[in-house]
Design a protein around this ligand. Structure first.
Ligand SMILES: [Zn+2]
Length: 312
């Protein structure tokens, strides 16, 4: 009897597992974290991450310490994972912050910055009516390789690939004229062609964050996209921008231009979600402790800072 039913049981199990990791719809994303028992896909991710932590002398990552959620994979099969802290908006939390790191794989320091933040949130923080969503390695294929690259495995800059209104008319044109078709900034064959882009979009559509913080390097500035800072609607966003700068020793605030297909253009300009780009001073893995100390208060303040929801 057992021999007869075993293949069916295995088939059912395999199917259920495939459903868990292959689901592509935001709405069907698993609600329960997959870390325990450690999902084999996440386990492999954590092993790759451990290697990088060792190479950059960052100590133990303790990746399995966090509750990971995984729906989507890159075209190379690497899981795109995230973790959450606090209560989801649908359960009453009013203040959701989405934090993205490792969007460009050759920007090493942001990944550790997200890691330091996750540790802080897990061990020292209480969540009162708020939620924080952290995706620490948005573009894992370009971060995990021996010589990390800005673009993903398909050679696409996933911060030029969002389906903004100007993408079709402008993305390739501007790439050729302004950047002389620099391969590092290729916006992709079509808008939202990349899994890493869809991953970021779906986090925004699923959690409807009140604000987004994306961490890059090395432009040494804080940039803002979203509701006009001069209008009433942008008052709270402006206050946060000023406070973030103040709390990081007067870090430079710069109005960096938006690009066809950039996150700031899609979520800030088009979806009116205050979107902050924190550009760390450099990508030197040995300086991450310094950056955490410099920006810790700013990012914690941002998480605490309430803002009106802009999409529902
Ligand atoms: Zn970047």
């Amino acid at each position: 009897m057992l021999f007869k039913t075993l293949p069916i049981m295995l088939l059912v199990t395999a199917f259920a597992y495939a459903q868990t990791v292959e689901t592509t719809s935001t709405e069907e994303a698993p609600k329960t974290p997959l870390t325990y028992p450690l999902n084999p896909v996440v386990k492999k991710f954590c092993e790759q991450l451990d290697e990088k932590f060792k190479a950059y002398k960052w100590g133990e990552a303790h990746c399995e310490y966090f509750d990971w959620i995984n729906v989507r994979k890159t075209n190379k099969g690497t899981p795109l994972i995230w973790t959450t802290f606090g209560e989801e908006k649908s359960k009453g939390a009013a203040n959701t912050t989405l934090i993205l790191c490792g969007v460009h794989g050759d920007e090493i320091t942001p990944v550790k910055f997200c890691w330091d933040l996750m540790r802080e949130l897990k061990s020292n923080h209480t969540f009162n009516n708020k939620m924080v969503v952290v995706a620490p390695v948005v573009s894992p294929d370009s971060f995990f390789i021996p010589r990390p690259t800005r673009t993903n495995a398909a050679g696409v800059d996933v911060n030029r690939n969002f389906p903004t209104a100007d993408w079709r008319a402008e993305a390739h044109k501007r790439w050729k004229t302004n950047y002389r078709a620099d391969k590092r900034k290729f916006p992709g064959p079509y808008a939202a062609s990349e899994q890493e882009t869809i991953f970021q979009m779906n986090l925004i559509l699923r959690y409807k964050p009140n604000k987004v913080i994306t961490v890059h390097a090395p432009l040494t500035m804080l940039d803002y996209d979203g509701p006009s800072l001069r209008a009433e609607a942008g008052k709270s966003a402006k206050e946060l921008l000023e406070q973030m700068s103040k709390k990081s020793d007067g870090y430079k605030v710069s109005n960096y231009p938006i690009f066809p297909g950039s996150l700031g253009n899609w979520s800030g300009k088009e979806k009116h979600i205050p979107t902050y780009t924190l550009e760390l001073p450099n990508s030197n893995p040995l300086e991450t402790d310094k950056f955490w100390l410099l920006f810790k208060d700013a990012v914690i303040y941002a998480i605490e800072h309430p803002m009106k929801p802009t999409i529902d």
